[in-house]
Structure formats: structure tokens, C-alpha cells
Design a binder for this molecule. Structure first.
Ligand code: HEM
Length: 214
């Protein structure tokens, strides 16, 4: 078998293949599996929602800035916006109790978003892809599984539910958007490296959550 030339072919395919190990590491970090198995207290799930809130707050601020960008603007889709759902989930999970604070890894994630995702389309799209395509892939299994494990009926897991979106059709459309990108070779390198960085940041958050709760 010959390996495909990494510089040719559809970006969406090269991206998925090039980040398979990163994804395996994210999937294998243990915290999400422990939630799905109902092994952790409900507060651990609330903490995940809180960390998501901090991350999406900054990511969706970047989206507002990037909406007018000729390249990144195509990825800014209102049906993806997660912040209202997260606010709702946190109200259900924590009620009037004070919000859980951002973990050090979450603060680092936000700092990275602020440093690159408000300015460079390749960086914004890298972070957008890692979160939203993940939410619309594995997240579609995680959401119902976590809801069942913690007895959440109707509320508390809106984050995983994208109203009016068919995940398979959306994923296909998203990959077309990725394949239509005309990055310079340098920007494509930056993009692929930034997806790796986004995975690293997500893994660090999950690791700190595991340390806190497992
Ligand atoms: C227990 C945890 C997880 C499970 C079970 C899971 C499962 C999956 C599955 C089944 C897919 C679809 C693969 C395919 O279509 O070939 C997928 C895709 C994806 N996941 Fe995960 N995942 C998990 C965690 C994560 C995490 C923590 C992230 C990053 C924040 C992530 C990001 C992604 C991305 C970006 C994709 C799209 C890959 C592509 O098609 O380009 N996943 N995941």
C-alpha cells in the first residue's frame, strides 16, 4: 500500500486522517467515558458545562468578529451558537449557586483563542472545526448517554442538541466548506497545526477535569 501524498486530495480527508491520533487521545482521556458510565458526581458534568461555557464564550466572540471575513465568514452559522444552551444547562445544573470557575487549562485555551482566532481565518476555522464538528459527531452520542446517566430529562443537556440541524447532512456540508478553502500552503500548515493545538487544549481541560473529579 502506498501512502497518499499529504499535500494533495481533499482537505477534509487529510485533516481527519492527520488528526486521528489526536482524536484517539481526546477520546481516551477518560473523563467523558467516566461521565457516560455515570461514575462521577453530577457536579462533574456541571463542571464540564462550565468549562464549555468559558470556551464557547470566547469562540463565539471570535465568530462575531469573523462573520464578515471573506474566508472564515462562511463557517459562522447561527444554528451552531452554543452559549444560550450552555447558560440554560448551567441554570438547570447549578441553579442559583455560583458558577464554577475556569480551570487553568481552560484559561490557557481562552488565551490561545484570543491570541489567534480573532485575527487569522485559519486559526478561527481550526478551533471552530475541532469543537463544532466534534459536537456534531461524537457529541451526538455523548449527549444522550450523559443525559441518561444523570437522569436529565428535557433540560440540562441542551448543549448537545442543535435545533434544526441534521448532524449527518451538516457534517457533509461542513466538509464541503473545508474542501472549498483555498489556503496558501503556509496557511494550510498553520491551519493543520492549529487543529493539533486545539486538540491539545481540549485534552488538557479534560485531564484537569478528571484530576478534579475522578
Ligand atoms: C468519548 C469521547 C469521544 C467520542 C466517543 C468521540 C467519537 C467520535 C466519532 C464516532 C466521530 C466520527 C468519526 C468519523 O466520522 O469517522 C468523531 C469525530 C470527531 N470528533 Fe470525537 N469523540 C470523542 C471526543 C472528542 C473530543 C474531546 C474532541 C475534541 C474536542 C473530538 C473532536 C472530534 C472531531 C473534530 C471530529 C470530526 C472528525 C472529522 O471527521 O474530521 N471528539 N468523534
Amino acid at each position: 500500500m502506498t501512502l497518499a501524498d499529504p499535500s494533495t486530495g481533499r482537505l477534509s480527508v487529510r485533516l481527519r486522517e492527520g488528526t486521528r491520533l489526536d482524536h484517539d487521545a481526546a477520546q481516551g482521556s477518560g473523563f467523558l467515558d467516566a461521565l457516560v458510565a455515570g461514575k462521577l458526581p453530577r457536579e462533574a458534568y456541571a463542571d464540564l458545562a462550565a468549562q464549555h461555557w468559558f470556551i464557547y464564550e470566547t469562540l463565539e466572540q471570535a465568530a462575531a468578529v469573523m462573520a464578515g471575513d471573506p474566508v472564515a465568514g462562511a463557517f459562522v452559522l447561527p444554528e451552531l451558537t452554543r452559549l444560550p444552551a450552555l447558560r440554560d444547562d448551567l441554570a438547570t445544573l447549578l441553579g442559583a449557586r455560583p458558577r464554577l470557575g475556569a480551570l487553568p487549562a481552560t484559561r490557557e485555551y481562552r488565551a490561545r483563542l484570543r491570541a489567534v482566532a480573532f485575527e487569522h481565518p485559519w486559526a478561527f476555522i481550526a478551533h471552530h472545526y475541532t469543537r463544532y464538528l466534534g459536537d456534531l459527531s461524537g457529541g451526538q452520542y455523548l449527549g444522550p448517554a450523559i443525559a441518561e446517566a444523570y437522569g436529565l430529562t428535557g433540560a440540562g443537556h441542551r448543549f448537545f442538541v442543535f435545533e434544526g440541524v441534521s448532524p449527518p447532512a451538516f457534517r457533509a456540508r461542513y466538509r464541503e466548506l473545508l474542501d472549498g478553502l483555498a489556503f496558501s500552503p503556509a496557511d494550510e500548515q498553520n491551519f493543520l497545526a492549529e487543529v493539533g493545538e486545539a486538540y491539545r487544549l481540549n485534552i488538557a481541560v479534560l485531564r484537569e477535569l478528571k484530576e478534579r473529579w475522578a
